[in-house]
Ligand binder design. Structure first.
Ligand SMILES: [Zn+2]
Length: 340
């Protein structure tokens, strides 16, 4: 087992975000990572520094215009003649706009919602989060290990081909799924975060070489609201390779695992070469984002089920906003992998 992270991922510090009708205090804070690092250190599990694979692998799933925007938006925003605030945060959303004349038009196009502000250090952290995921993929490609964990902050599963949203900028799971295709022909992504990873679904919706399955809160009146429903099976060649398990809000831990078991069976049927697990601690009963009630002990069961697939696995740690319980929940999660 190996674990990857890069210190530069701590630099992104959002000031505010717009969600559910008002400006809110950020939940996606660097302190989250410090909690995870703290428990890894106390368990004497070494964390390796991510290597640099450059931007090329990112361009396999994101458009060049979008990557350029993420890199340069903050500087351009600061040069606006009027005060538009400290962070790039749009109040105009025109995703189909192809007239990327000024930075405001670019923000209107490349920000998919109000919950992915871009500050001074956002690109640096986002870049290294992707490199952390790629470092995990590299271990699997070189067959050096069959279990790798990436502390991927900022998270990625909501990031679209050309749009940031839901605290996500680069779609780490999608980037490494595409990267692993240089050697492997069948990649399965299983997403147990509280939210549906609509970015991953969108990117691979018409492909059968990357399967996506997700257990998440019913998107009716819950982020990402327009996708994640049970009748989204994929399209074209990809039909049948996408499977969503929306949970009714207020689901118990038992109900959650009922869906997890179905998703695991779906992955098994596919017989993938590699499994990418998008892990979210936001299904935890006291998490501010939770619409179900997974206990600390439940996280051990999550990793046990993934481990029992007996397929080389990369687990990317994404959501989880109950900061004071993150260390404990991570500890439980590691136990299921038999490494703590
Ligand atoms: Zn989430």
């Amino acid at each position: 087992m190996q674990i990857f992270f890069h210190e530069e991922q701590l630099r992104h510090r959002p000031q505010s975000y717009y969600s559910r009708g008002k400006m809110r205090q950020p939940q996606e804070k660097p302190e989250r990572m410090l909690e995870l690092l703290k428990i890894l250190q106390s368990l004497q599990l070494p964390v390796q520094t991510a290597k640099d694979f450059g931007t090329r692998p990112l361009l396999e799933v994101h458009t060049p215009g979008y990557i350029e925007f993420l890199k340069t938006a903050y500087t351009q925003w600061q040069q606006l003649p009027e005060d538009w605030g400290e962070e790039v945060l749009s109040n105009i959303f025109i995703r189909e706009n192809n007239r990327e004349i000024g930075i405001l038009a670019k923000a209107a196009k490349y920000l998919a919602d109000g919950s992915a502000p871009i500050g001074k250090d956002t690109w640096t952290s986002v870049y290294w989060s992707a490199q952390t995921a790629l470092s995990c993929a590299d271990v699997i490609l070189k067959q050096q290990d069959d279990l790798v964990i990436g502390l991927t902050r900022p998270a990625g599963h909501h990031a679209r081909k050309d749009g940031a949203g839901g605290f996500c900028y680069i779609n780490n799971a999608a980037v490494i799924a595409a990267y692993l295709r240089q050697k492997y022909s069948r990649i399965a992504i299983i997403d147990t975060d509280m939210h549906h990873g609509q970015g991953i679904q969108e990117i691979f919706y018409d492909r059968k070489d990357v399967l996506y399955t997700s257990i998440h809160g019913d998107p009716t009146n819950f982020y990402p609201v327009v996708s994640g429903f049970a009748d989204e099976y994929g399209c074209g060649e990809g039909y049948g390779y996408n499977r969503n398990f929306p949970m009714p809000h207020g689901s118990s831990e038992q109900q959650f695992f009922g869906y997890v078991d179905q998703a695991v069976e779906f992955v098994k049927l596919y017989q993938p070469d590699v499994v990418i697990h998008v892990m979210g601690f936001d299904v935890y009963v006291d998490d501010p984002q939770a619409k179900c009630a997974v206990s600390t002990a439940g996280f051990e069961k999550v990793s046990e089920k993934i481990r029992n697939l007996n397929i080389p696995t990369i687990s990317l740690i994404e959501g989880g906003y109950c900061v004071e319980k993150l260390a404990e929940n991570m500890h439980s999660f590691l136990k299921g992998f038999k490494i703590a």
